[in-house]
Design a protein around this ligand. Structure first.
Ligand SMILES: [Zn+2]
Length: 303
Protein backbone atom coordinates (compact mmCIF):
# COMPACT_ATOMS: atom_id res chain seq x y z
CA UNK A 1 0.00 0.00 0.00
CA UNK A 2 2.82 2.41 0.94
CA UNK A 3 4.44 2.03 -2.47
CA UNK A 4 1.13 2.55 -4.25
CA UNK A 5 0.61 5.71 -2.16
CA UNK A 6 3.89 7.20 -3.29
CA UNK A 7 3.05 6.45 -6.95
CA UNK A 8 -0.39 8.00 -6.59
CA UNK A 9 1.09 11.12 -4.90
CA UNK A 10 3.41 11.51 -7.87
CA UNK A 11 0.51 11.18 -10.27
CA UNK A 12 -1.96 13.42 -8.40
CA UNK A 13 -0.88 16.80 -9.92
CA UNK A 14 -1.31 15.35 -13.42
CA UNK A 15 -4.57 13.64 -12.41
CA UNK A 16 -5.99 16.93 -11.12
CA UNK A 17 -5.16 18.60 -14.43
CA UNK A 18 -6.79 15.69 -16.28
CA UNK A 19 -3.54 14.89 -18.01
CA UNK A 20 -3.31 11.15 -17.43
CA UNK A 21 -4.45 8.22 -19.57
CA UNK A 22 -7.81 6.58 -18.92
CA UNK A 23 -6.17 3.53 -17.35
CA UNK A 24 -4.05 5.65 -15.01
CA UNK A 25 -7.09 7.71 -14.04
CA UNK A 26 -8.94 4.49 -13.25
CA UNK A 27 -6.04 3.32 -11.09
CA UNK A 28 -5.81 6.62 -9.20
CA UNK A 29 -9.58 6.74 -8.68
CA UNK A 30 -9.51 3.23 -7.31
CA UNK A 31 -6.74 4.10 -4.88
CA UNK A 32 -8.39 7.32 -3.73
CA UNK A 33 -11.58 5.43 -2.89
CA UNK A 34 -9.64 3.19 -0.58
CA UNK A 35 -7.00 5.53 0.91
CA UNK A 36 -8.05 8.43 3.12
CA UNK A 37 -4.61 10.06 3.24
CA UNK A 38 -4.24 10.28 -0.50
CA UNK A 39 -7.86 11.44 -0.83
CA UNK A 40 -7.11 14.34 1.53
CA UNK A 41 -4.03 15.20 -0.51
CA UNK A 42 -6.11 15.08 -3.69
CA UNK A 43 -8.74 17.42 -2.25
CA UNK A 44 -6.14 19.94 -1.12
CA UNK A 45 -4.70 19.94 -4.64
CA UNK A 46 -8.11 20.41 -6.24
CA UNK A 47 -9.06 23.47 -4.23
CA UNK A 48 -7.02 26.52 -5.07
CA UNK A 49 -5.28 28.03 -2.10
CA UNK A 50 -7.59 30.19 -0.02
CA UNK A 51 -7.27 33.81 -0.98
CA UNK A 52 -8.81 35.86 1.75
CA UNK A 53 -9.48 39.40 0.65
CA UNK A 54 -7.76 42.02 2.73
CA UNK A 55 -9.94 43.33 5.50
CA UNK A 56 -11.96 46.47 4.86
CA UNK A 57 -9.90 48.60 7.29
CA UNK A 58 -6.65 47.72 5.59
CA UNK A 59 -7.75 49.28 2.30
CA UNK A 60 -6.46 52.77 1.79
CA UNK A 61 -9.13 55.38 1.35
CA UNK A 62 -8.10 56.66 -2.07
CA UNK A 63 -9.31 53.70 -4.16
CA UNK A 64 -12.65 53.83 -2.40
CA UNK A 65 -13.06 57.48 -3.25
CA UNK A 66 -12.02 56.71 -6.84
CA UNK A 67 -14.66 54.02 -6.99
CA UNK A 68 -17.30 56.42 -5.71
CA UNK A 69 -16.28 58.95 -8.32
CA UNK A 70 -16.52 56.32 -11.05
CA UNK A 71 -19.95 55.25 -9.87
CA UNK A 72 -21.08 58.87 -10.00
CA UNK A 73 -19.57 59.22 -13.48
CA UNK A 74 -21.43 56.12 -14.55
CA UNK A 75 -24.71 57.55 -13.32
CA UNK A 76 -24.11 60.91 -15.03
CA UNK A 77 -23.11 59.28 -18.31
CA UNK A 78 -26.12 57.00 -18.23
CA UNK A 79 -28.38 60.02 -17.74
CA UNK A 80 -26.64 61.85 -20.61
CA UNK A 81 -27.03 58.82 -22.84
CA UNK A 82 -30.74 58.57 -22.09
CA UNK A 83 -31.23 62.32 -22.60
CA UNK A 84 -29.30 62.27 -25.88
CA UNK A 85 -31.32 59.34 -27.12
CA UNK A 86 -34.58 61.15 -26.37
CA UNK A 87 -33.21 64.20 -28.22
CA UNK A 88 -32.38 62.10 -31.29
CA UNK A 89 -35.88 60.63 -31.28
CA UNK A 90 -37.46 64.09 -30.95
CA UNK A 91 -35.31 65.61 -33.67
CA UNK A 92 -36.00 62.66 -35.97
CA UNK A 93 -39.72 62.98 -35.33
CA UNK A 94 -39.48 66.69 -36.16
CA UNK A 95 -37.56 65.95 -39.38
CA UNK A 96 -40.10 63.37 -40.50
CA UNK A 97 -43.20 65.32 -39.46
CA UNK A 98 -42.07 68.57 -41.05
CA UNK A 99 -40.82 67.00 -44.30
CA UNK A 100 -42.44 68.91 -47.17
CA UNK A 101 -44.95 67.16 -49.44
CA UNK A 102 -45.20 69.11 -52.66
CA UNK A 103 -48.32 69.33 -54.79
CA UNK A 104 -48.39 68.38 -58.45
CA UNK A 105 -50.02 71.09 -60.54
CA UNK A 106 -53.75 70.99 -61.17
CA UNK A 107 -56.07 73.72 -62.43
CA UNK A 108 -57.71 73.91 -58.98
CA UNK A 109 -54.45 74.24 -57.05
CA UNK A 110 -53.99 77.99 -57.38
CA UNK A 111 -55.49 81.20 -58.71
CA UNK A 112 -53.58 84.26 -59.94
CA UNK A 113 -55.30 87.65 -59.62
CA UNK A 114 -54.01 90.94 -61.06
CA UNK A 115 -54.34 93.80 -58.61
CA UNK A 116 -55.02 97.43 -59.55
CA UNK A 117 -51.49 98.49 -58.45
CA UNK A 118 -49.88 96.04 -60.90
CA UNK A 119 -49.01 93.40 -58.33
CA UNK A 120 -50.15 89.78 -58.48
CA UNK A 121 -51.91 87.82 -55.76
CA UNK A 122 -51.68 84.04 -55.82
CA UNK A 123 -54.21 82.14 -53.73
CA UNK A 124 -53.73 78.42 -53.12
CA UNK A 125 -56.14 75.57 -52.46
CA UNK A 126 -57.06 74.74 -48.84
CA UNK A 127 -54.84 71.64 -48.86
CA UNK A 128 -51.74 73.83 -49.22
CA UNK A 129 -50.39 74.85 -45.82
CA UNK A 130 -47.11 76.51 -46.81
CA UNK A 131 -45.99 78.39 -49.89
CA UNK A 132 -43.01 80.38 -51.07
CA UNK A 133 -42.02 82.69 -53.89
CA UNK A 134 -38.52 83.13 -55.25
CA UNK A 135 -37.45 85.75 -57.76
CA UNK A 136 -35.53 84.36 -60.72
CA UNK A 137 -34.62 87.87 -61.93
CA UNK A 138 -34.69 88.72 -65.61
CA UNK A 139 -32.16 86.10 -66.70
CA UNK A 140 -34.39 83.03 -66.54
CA UNK A 141 -35.36 81.60 -68.96
CA UNK A 142 -34.39 84.42 -71.35
CA UNK A 143 -33.78 88.15 -71.00
CA UNK A 144 -37.29 89.04 -72.12
CA UNK A 145 -39.16 88.81 -68.84
CA UNK A 146 -39.16 89.10 -65.08
CA UNK A 147 -39.63 85.58 -63.73
CA UNK A 148 -40.72 84.11 -60.44
CA UNK A 149 -40.81 80.58 -59.15
CA UNK A 150 -43.47 79.58 -56.64
CA UNK A 151 -43.91 76.34 -54.76
CA UNK A 152 -46.53 74.97 -52.40
CA UNK A 153 -46.44 72.15 -49.93
CA UNK A 154 -47.83 70.67 -46.78
CA UNK A 155 -46.34 68.34 -44.17
CA UNK A 156 -47.62 65.48 -42.01
CA UNK A 157 -47.45 67.85 -39.04
CA UNK A 158 -49.57 70.47 -40.79
CA UNK A 159 -52.04 67.85 -41.95
CA UNK A 160 -52.52 66.27 -38.54
CA UNK A 161 -52.27 69.10 -36.09
CA UNK A 162 -52.43 72.66 -37.21
CA UNK A 163 -53.52 75.10 -39.84
CA UNK A 164 -56.19 74.81 -42.37
CA UNK A 165 -54.36 76.28 -45.31
CA UNK A 166 -55.08 79.75 -46.58
CA UNK A 167 -51.81 80.39 -48.31
CA UNK A 168 -51.45 83.49 -50.45
CA UNK A 169 -48.44 85.07 -52.13
CA UNK A 170 -48.02 88.60 -53.42
CA UNK A 171 -45.65 89.39 -56.27
CA UNK A 172 -44.75 93.01 -56.97
CA UNK A 173 -42.90 93.39 -60.30
CA UNK A 174 -39.65 95.32 -60.12
CA UNK A 175 -39.22 96.12 -63.83
CA UNK A 176 -41.38 97.02 -66.85
CA UNK A 177 -40.68 93.65 -68.48
CA UNK A 178 -43.55 91.20 -68.78
CA UNK A 179 -43.95 89.01 -65.70
CA UNK A 180 -43.87 85.21 -65.77
CA UNK A 181 -44.73 83.00 -62.82
CA UNK A 182 -43.72 79.33 -62.77
CA UNK A 183 -45.15 76.78 -60.43
CA UNK A 184 -42.43 74.31 -59.35
CA UNK A 185 -43.99 70.86 -58.90
CA UNK A 186 -40.82 69.42 -57.34
CA UNK A 187 -41.62 65.91 -58.44
CA UNK A 188 -39.32 65.50 -61.41
CA UNK A 189 -41.97 66.95 -63.75
CA UNK A 190 -41.37 70.29 -65.44
CA UNK A 191 -42.40 73.61 -63.94
CA UNK A 192 -45.76 74.96 -65.04
CA UNK A 193 -46.19 78.50 -66.34
CA UNK A 194 -49.15 79.82 -64.37
CA UNK A 195 -48.95 83.47 -65.43
CA UNK A 196 -47.52 85.31 -68.44
CA UNK A 197 -46.63 84.57 -72.06
CA UNK A 198 -45.10 81.23 -72.95
CA UNK A 199 -41.42 81.54 -73.89
CA UNK A 200 -39.65 79.10 -76.18
CA UNK A 201 -39.08 75.88 -74.29
CA UNK A 202 -40.11 74.88 -70.79
CA UNK A 203 -38.36 75.12 -67.48
CA UNK A 204 -37.68 72.69 -64.73
CA UNK A 205 -36.71 73.15 -61.14
CA UNK A 206 -33.94 70.64 -60.67
CA UNK A 207 -33.60 68.69 -57.44
CA UNK A 208 -30.46 69.40 -55.45
CA UNK A 209 -28.11 66.45 -55.69
CA UNK A 210 -25.53 67.86 -53.28
CA UNK A 211 -26.68 65.62 -50.41
CA UNK A 212 -25.90 62.58 -52.55
CA UNK A 213 -22.35 63.84 -53.03
CA UNK A 214 -21.98 64.42 -49.29
CA UNK A 215 -23.12 60.87 -48.58
CA UNK A 216 -20.65 59.57 -51.14
CA UNK A 217 -17.92 61.68 -49.52
CA UNK A 218 -18.80 60.30 -46.08
CA UNK A 219 -18.49 56.75 -47.41
CA UNK A 220 -15.08 57.62 -48.89
CA UNK A 221 -13.84 59.14 -45.63
CA UNK A 222 -15.01 56.03 -43.78
CA UNK A 223 -13.04 53.74 -46.08
CA UNK A 224 -9.90 55.88 -45.72
CA UNK A 225 -10.22 55.92 -41.91
CA UNK A 226 -10.73 52.16 -41.87
CA UNK A 227 -7.60 51.61 -43.97
CA UNK A 228 -5.53 53.90 -41.72
CA UNK A 229 -6.93 52.16 -38.64
CA UNK A 230 -5.90 48.76 -39.97
CA UNK A 231 -2.48 50.01 -41.09
CA UNK A 232 -1.69 51.67 -37.73
CA UNK A 233 -1.73 48.43 -35.78
CA UNK A 234 1.52 49.27 -34.02
CA UNK A 235 0.77 52.94 -33.36
CA UNK A 236 -1.77 53.06 -30.53
CA UNK A 237 -1.89 56.88 -30.52
CA UNK A 238 -2.89 57.06 -34.19
CA UNK A 239 -5.28 54.19 -33.71
CA UNK A 240 -6.96 55.91 -30.81
CA UNK A 241 -7.61 59.11 -32.79
CA UNK A 242 -8.72 57.32 -35.93
CA UNK A 243 -10.93 55.10 -33.80
CA UNK A 244 -12.62 58.17 -32.39
CA UNK A 245 -13.25 59.60 -35.86
CA UNK A 246 -14.41 56.28 -37.30
CA UNK A 247 -18.08 56.52 -36.15
CA UNK A 248 -18.46 60.03 -37.73
CA UNK A 249 -19.29 59.00 -41.32
CA UNK A 250 -21.74 56.24 -40.28
CA UNK A 251 -23.42 58.73 -37.91
CA UNK A 252 -23.86 61.11 -40.86
CA UNK A 253 -25.33 58.20 -42.80
CA UNK A 254 -27.83 57.53 -40.01
CA UNK A 255 -28.84 61.21 -40.08
CA UNK A 256 -29.31 61.04 -43.85
CA UNK A 257 -31.41 57.89 -43.55
CA UNK A 258 -33.68 59.47 -40.95
CA UNK A 259 -34.15 62.78 -42.80
CA UNK A 260 -34.24 61.68 -46.45
CA UNK A 261 -34.69 57.91 -46.31
CA UNK A 262 -33.02 55.93 -49.07
CA UNK A 263 -33.20 58.75 -51.63
CA UNK A 264 -30.55 61.44 -52.14
CA UNK A 265 -32.80 63.84 -54.04
CA UNK A 266 -33.85 66.95 -52.15
CA UNK A 267 -35.84 70.05 -53.13
CA UNK A 268 -34.98 71.75 -49.84
CA UNK A 269 -31.32 70.83 -49.46
CA UNK A 270 -30.41 73.44 -46.83
CA UNK A 271 -33.15 72.36 -44.42
CA UNK A 272 -32.34 68.70 -44.97
CA UNK A 273 -28.59 69.21 -44.56
CA UNK A 274 -28.96 71.08 -41.26
CA UNK A 275 -31.19 68.32 -39.89
CA UNK A 276 -28.86 65.57 -41.10
CA UNK A 277 -25.85 67.23 -39.46
CA UNK A 278 -27.74 67.84 -36.19
CA UNK A 279 -29.00 64.26 -35.94
CA UNK A 280 -25.66 62.85 -37.12
CA UNK A 281 -23.72 64.84 -34.50
CA UNK A 282 -26.05 63.65 -31.75
CA UNK A 283 -25.77 60.04 -32.86
CA UNK A 284 -21.97 60.36 -32.93
CA UNK A 285 -21.86 61.73 -29.37
CA UNK A 286 -24.15 58.95 -28.21
CA UNK A 287 -21.90 56.29 -29.75
CA UNK A 288 -18.80 57.71 -28.01
CA UNK A 289 -20.68 57.99 -24.73
CA UNK A 290 -22.00 54.46 -25.04
CA UNK A 291 -18.49 53.09 -25.63
CA UNK A 292 -17.15 54.95 -22.57
CA UNK A 293 -20.02 53.78 -20.44
CA UNK A 294 -19.53 50.20 -21.57
CA UNK A 295 -15.86 50.34 -20.55
CA UNK A 296 -16.72 51.87 -17.19
CA UNK A 297 -19.43 49.29 -16.64
CA UNK A 298 -16.98 46.48 -17.35
CA UNK A 299 -14.46 48.03 -14.98
CA UNK A 300 -16.98 48.35 -12.17
CA UNK A 301 -18.52 44.92 -12.63
CA UNK A 302 -17.84 42.74 -9.57
CA UNK A 303 -15.22 40.14 -10.47
ZN1 LIG B 1 -2.60 6.10 -0.46
Amino acid sequence: MKQECSIVRDLLPLYVEDMVSLETAEFVRGHLAACETCKAEYQSLRQPPDVTPPAQEERPEAPLRLLQRKLLLKRVQTALLAGGFVLVVLLSAFAILSAPRYFPYTAQLLEVTEQADGSLTITFDQAVTQCQVESLGTQEPDNQSESYSIQAWTSPWDQWFSRSGSCTLTITPQTDLPVRVYYAQNNGQGDVLVYGEHPDGGMETLPRLVLGYYLFLAAGVFVVLLVVWCAAKKKPKVRQWVGRALPLPPAYGVGHLIVLGVTTVSYCATRDFILIVAIGALVYCLVLLAVRLYRLWRELRPH
